[in-house]
Design a protein around this ligand. Structure first.
Ligand code: ADP
Ligand code: MG
Length: 545
């Protein structure tokens, strides 16, 4: 591309760069973003369908989770990528509501396009959308109810609603109860309310068995068995050594040849090794430790000495597990065995081995820090367990979020219908061209109950009419009873969501829609192929980690 300055063309953009401007750029972006929304629409709600995703390596994921779907598909269009960001933002903020956020963003854009065709300037639409989003947030807060950590009944219902759309739904009551107990165990009191760090809840997956074999463990579970069957399989009043050093004789880097000329020398050489390993075990014993978690290997001979001392030992423990053990037991990881002291030991009531399915695992329970909990997930196959994990994550997230904010609302599209009503009044009070945008925003919010109805096989138009009239009559919690296939009150059904989920869905969706609407120029550099043997490709590092 070039402009001319005094007759000489000045090159601004590199050759091969494409550029698209104005309306066509905009409608192109909107089309791409809406395509993403359409792709996930059918997954919304308890009657939503699952998607089977196959990645470039042929790995299969079966899921109903909006953000998982979008993370797995490889989108190319920049506007479509922004939609993927919406899902990720939503997932980070609340761990649920990702499909809703994307579907809403798609509809906001669709309606904006209609307004642009009526010659409403994108800036006006953007302003109107921003005003509407702010008011919608206020309205939602106004209709929210209080909830606290002890309201088990409500919190379990919130978790069940989040899991209702997933394949695990037959076991949702069982899993919701586990999620509640897990959050309750890790919640920390704050000046006002609670704070929950979900990283404190460890999930260990083991395919096989039945979903109902899933259990909550108050402590840490390490997916490793003890190294030697001569060791005790259970230790009470555990004093735990955490070691990040090999209990082995160091192998030399270069292969050395040792010439041994007489048997006595051989003896001495072996004795030397033995002494070294014995020394390690003696150093551990001196601290009075009766459990060892070693991040590196443990030599056979060292295993034998440890067993003789009645010490329970596990080797090649993952670094992440070491961190959890450190936090849970109050121990400190030693990097040199000889420097290990009694003060470094962690403590737990019991450490024991337990068979889960085919494998044995090590359970560390009754930890010094009661805030360490683990969930051992069981279920038919790898795919089932993976989807269970995502569902359980949704469940713990929504409980955590509800407890942190202390607020929840009725789901099934009822809160959105209530907000729509408020926004319509508000639009009239704003007037002017922005009024059109605010009204469009309100209509876009109806996409959620509408899609829930569609996915439940209900007539979307009739459903909306019924919903509007119920809300007109002040029935604030009436929404789509997806499972019953009719319009109904969400309170007796226990379809509840944390306030933050629908509120954040509006925020994420509005941000994305606004960002896409404000673009009137797409300048794309020519894709350059990476030269052979030169560094990594242009992929963003670790984007989907
Ligand atoms: P998201 O990824 O947006 O969380 P979901 O597939 O989990 O998508 O669907 C969430 C929507 O389904 C919410 O609006 C929620 O209120 C609604 N929902 C969940 N369970 C029910 C139910 N039993 N009846 C009606 N609506 C429900
Ligand atoms: Mg959900």
């Amino acid at each position: 591309m070039a402009v001319t300055a005094g007759g000489t063309p000045v090159l601004i953009l590199k050759e091969g760069t494409t550029r698209e401007r104005g309306r066509s750029a905009q409608s192109n972006n909107i089309a791409a973003a809406r395509a993403i929304a359409d792709a996930v629409r059918s997954a919304l709600g308890p009657r939503g369908m699952d998607k089977m995703l196959v990645d470039s390596l042929g790995d299969v994921t079966v899921t109903n989770d909006g953000v998982t779907i979008l993370k797995e598909v490889d989108v190319d269009h920049p506007a479509a990528k922004m939609m993927v960001e919406v899902a990720k933002a939503q997932d980070q903020e609340c761990g649920d509501g990702t499909t809703s956020a994307v579907v809403l963003a798609g509809d906001l854009l669709g309606r904006a396009e209609g307004l642009v065709e009526q010659e409403v300037h994108p800036t006006v639409i953007v302003n109107g959308y921003r005003l509407a989003a702010a008011r919608a947030t206020e309205l939602m807060a106004k209709h929210a109810e209080k909830v606290s950590l002890d309201d088990q009944d409500i919190l379990v219902k919130i978790a069940m609603t989040a899991m209702g759309s997933k394949a695990v739904s037959p076991h949702k009551a069982f899993l919701a109860d586990i999620a509640y107990r897990a959050v309750k165990a890790v919640a920390e009191p704050r000046e006002a309310g609670w704070s929950v760090d979900e990283d404190d809840i460890q999930v260990v997956k083991k395919a096989g068995g039945d979903a109902t074999d899933t259990e909550l463990v108050e402590g840490v579970v390490v997916d490793k068995e003890r190294v030697h069957t001569g060791m005790p399989s259970r230790i009470e009043d555990a004093r735990i050594a955490l070691i990040n050093a090999a209990l082995e004789v160091k192998k030399t880097e270069v292969s050395a040849e040792i010439r041994i000329r007489d048997p006595a020398q051989m003896q001495a050489f072996l004795r030397e090794e033995e002494n070294l390993l014995k020394g390690y075990v003696d150093a551990i014993k001196a601290t009075r430790a009766n459990v060892v978690f070693c991040q590196k290997g443990i030599d056979d001979l060292a295993q034998h000495y440890l067993a003789k001392e009645g010490i329970y030992a596990v080797r090649r423990v993952k670094e992440s597990d070491m961190k959890k053990l450190q936090k849970a037991t109050g121990g400190r990881v030693a990097t040199k065995i000889r420097e290990l002291s009694a003060a470094d030991l962690g403590h737990a009531k019991s450490v024991y081995e337990k068979k889960i399915g085919e494998d044995k695992m090590t359970f560390v329970t009754g930890c010094k820090n009661p805030r360490a909990v683990s969930i051992v997930l069981r279920g038919g196959t790898e795919h089932v367990v993976d989807e269970m994990e995502r569902s359980l994550e949704d469940a713990t997230s929504v409980i955590a979020v509800a407890v942190e904010d202390g607020r929840y609302v009725a789901g099934g599209g009822s809160i959105q219908m209530e907000v729509v009503r408020g926004l319509k009044d508000y639009a009239a009070s704003v007037g002017g061209r922005e009024q059109l945008a605010i009204e469009a925003f309100a209509s876009a919010l109806e996409i959620l109950p509408r899609t829930l109805a569609e996915n439940a096989g209900m007539d979307p138009i009739d459903t909306l009419i019924e919903l509007r009239s119920a809300h007109q009559q002040g029935k604030k919690t009436v929404g789509v009873d997806v499972l019953g296939g009719k319009v109904g009150d969400m309170n007796p059904l226990g379809v509840f969501e944390p306030l933050r989920v629908p509120r954040q869905a509006i925020a994420s969706a509005t941000d994305a829609a606004v960002m896409i609407l404000r673009i009137d120029d797409v300048i794309a550099s020519k894709a350059t192929k990476p030269e052979k043997g030169k560094g990594p490709t242009a992929e963003e590092p670790g984007e989907f980690d």
